[in-house]
Design a binder for this molecule. Structure first.
Ligand code: SAM
Length: 340
């Protein structure tokens, strides 16, 4: 039985960031020239991640997603996957990656027990990729996606942040590419979170605009009627192709949010928009028992009332959530520290 928060939302899904480092500098996430990284000695070991994950699973978590930063930068991630895959309580073990380092690791991640993989890909155009991310790595990402497709995961998804004037003319190309990889494409509305210091309302391509653009090309799109706490709403094209839209900015879904996040240094966050979280590393390293860790988690979750995205939607004038000067003082506010 999962514990419930103040809005009766169960604690079911845990996103574990394994590093705050990234090998891309996406304009919408890490646009600055330099960053303050989490001190190395504060990063949780794989054993510590496992111990904390066990405590979460005891309280109802059954879905775990590894993220970052770029999770494949963490050395020997496959062994963490193996440790977590051995836990019967985790019925869904997934990874979100930018795909650059995926090609050589896809088969071993699958063999270690990873169920599902999501690769972030915002453009299929090399020059655009370089302009958006500051790295000329598109072909490595495409190789990674092909390797994941060949490794036969339970599901392969491609996540695209849609930004007006940047890649909103590629929606059809991305759907067509996804089809060739048997991957479900999900379009994410540009969010005003952590590192998105250049965010503007004008740059957001809404769920409505995304659907309209796809209908212009494919004809009528049908919403799939399903009960789910997944962030994406799913739709069918006339030929049966499925795609998703994550509309956190214009149509947030806080009501069904059963997710929380653990940073690479053990800070547990209830919401992507939260201003602070609970440090679980300190009690863990001070020798807290599993029962003590479980009661800390229970106390925080049962008093949780976060509805970050809905509160943002209610604002009259909307600007980036956190100014650069504030981000510089606290790395925990960054999206690349929280994990997406
Ligand atoms: N490095 C990995 C990756 O690229 O998938 C995992 C971490 S990344 C922070 C996770 C996801 O967050 C990516 O799909 C990224 O596009 C998304 N993301 C980052 N900043 C965002 C923003 N401002 N709005 C919407 N999505 C964002």
């Amino acid at each position: 039985m999962a514990i419930l928060d103040r809005f009766d939302r169960p604690l079911k899904s845990l996103r574990v960031s394994v590093t705050d480092r990234c090998n891309l500098r996406c304009q919408y996430c890490m646009p600055e020239t330099d960053y303050a990284w989490l001190p190395k000695e504060t990063l949780l070991t794989f054993e510590e991640i496992s111990t904390l994950t066990d405590a979460f699973c005891d309280l109802g978590v059954d879905r775990v997603r590894l993220t970052g930063g770029e999770p494949l930068l963490r050395r020997d991630l496959t062994s963490l996957v193996g440790m977590l895959a051995a836990r019967p309580a985790i019925r869904d073990l997934a990874l979100t990656t930018n795909g650059i380092l995926l090609a050589p690791q896809a088969a071993s991640l699958r063999a270690a027990g990873l169920h599902r993989i999501t690769v972030s890909l915002d453009t299929l155009q090399r020059d655009r990729f370089r302009a958006l991310t500051r790295f000329d790595s598109l072909s490595a990402v495409l190789d990674g996606i092909a390797a994941a497709a060949a490794a036969d995961f339970d599901a392969l998804k491609i996540d695209t942040v849609v930004i007006r004037g940047v890649n909103d003319d590629e929606l059809v190309d991305l759907i067509e590419y996804g089809r060739t990889m048997a991957a479900e494409v999900r379009f994410i509305e540009y969010m005003d979170v952590g590192g998105a210091t250049r965010w503007t309302t004008e740059a957001v391509v809404s769920r409505r605009d995304i659907l309209a653009a796809l209908e212009r090309h494919y004809g009528a799109v049908t919403a799939i009627d399903e009960q789910s706490s997944a962030p994406a709403d799913r739709f069918l094209l006339p030929d049966g192709t499925v795609f998703g839209i994550i509309s956190s900015t214009t149509a947030p879904f806080c009501e069904t949010c059963d997710r929380s996040r653990l940073t690479a240094d053990g800070v547990w966050l209830m919401c992507l928009y939260a201003s602070a979280g609970m440090d679980l590393r300190r009690p863990l390293r001070a020798g807290a028992t599993s029962e003590e860790i479980r009661s800390l988690i229970t106390a925080v979750w049962t008093s949780r009332s976060d509805r970050g995205a809905e509160e943002r939607l209610g604002l009259a004038a909307r600007v980036p959530l956190i100014p650069v000067s504030v981000l510089r003082r606290d790395a925990h506010l960054e999206m690349h520290t929280r994990g997406g």
